[in-house]
Design a protein around this ligand. Structure first.
Ligand code: SAM
Length: 192
């Protein structure tokens, strides 16, 4: 399958994840936001799969449900789990091995820019997701760090990810090297 363009981090991540996620898989969107990533995940796994999405904002949940409804997907399907809670509590909701997870960090586009993902909770969620991840499974992260507190999250997260043992994980980082204004950092972590 071809990559639409590398110019948008989300399109690039979707194009890679499309190769890794299959019908029937169990997948997680750690930050539902406006629902684009969780809807993408649902399209990949279908009704035989299981989808979990987390966000702390009612607005995110509302926007996500609207997106599914607009696309004529019944939001009460038992395989769709829209969870209004922090991803740091992921272990309370998921007790199955997962095939993939997405972390698209920062603030809700079009929403309150002061409500952002935070280093401690993001790392807690990521460590749970890594624990739940099946061998061969993948986690994608997009780090936006232009907002207040973003640099702190970026540095903490890179510190955590860079020390993951090479014997257990492959980590790939993709940077937009000729862009100004804090371009996003894209990371993939695959379990060996
Ligand atoms: N994936 C989204 C999409 O497709 O539209 C975009 C996500 S947006 C960049 C980041 C989201 O993280 C915001 O909606 C914000 O509310 C959410 N967030 C912040 N802290 C969180 C937490 N502890 N747990 C889950 N979501 C959180």
């Amino acid at each position: 399958m071809s990559i639409k363009s590398i110019s948008r981090a989300t399109d690039f991540v979707h194009s890679i994840l499309k190769q890794k996620i299959h019908n029937g898989d169990i997948v997680v969107d750690a930050t539902m936001g406006n629902g684009h990533d969780i809807f993408f995940l649902y399209q990949q796994v279908g009704n035989d799969g299981i989808v979990y999405g987390f966000d702390i904002q009612h607005e995110s949940l509302k926007n996500t449900l609207q997106l599914f409804k607009k696309n004529n997907v019944e939001v009460n399907l038992t395989n769709l789990n829209f969870i209004l809670d922090g991803h740091e509590n992921m272990n309370k909701y998921i007790d199955k091995p997962i095939d993939a997870a997405m972390f698209n960090l920062g603030y809700l586009p079009g929403g309150d820019k002061t409500i952002v993902t935070k280093p401690r909770t993001t790392i807690k969620a990521l460590s749970t997701a890594l624990f739940l991840l099946k061998k061969g499974g993948v986690i994608s992260l997009i780090i936006y760090y232009g907002h207040s507190g973003g640099l702190d999250e970026k540095n903490s997260l890179l510190g955590y990810i860079n020390q993951l043992p090479h014997s257990q994980y492959t980590v790939l980082s993709c940077n937009y090297t000729n862009q100004k204004n804090n371009p996003p950092i894209v990371l993939f972590v695959e379990k060996k």
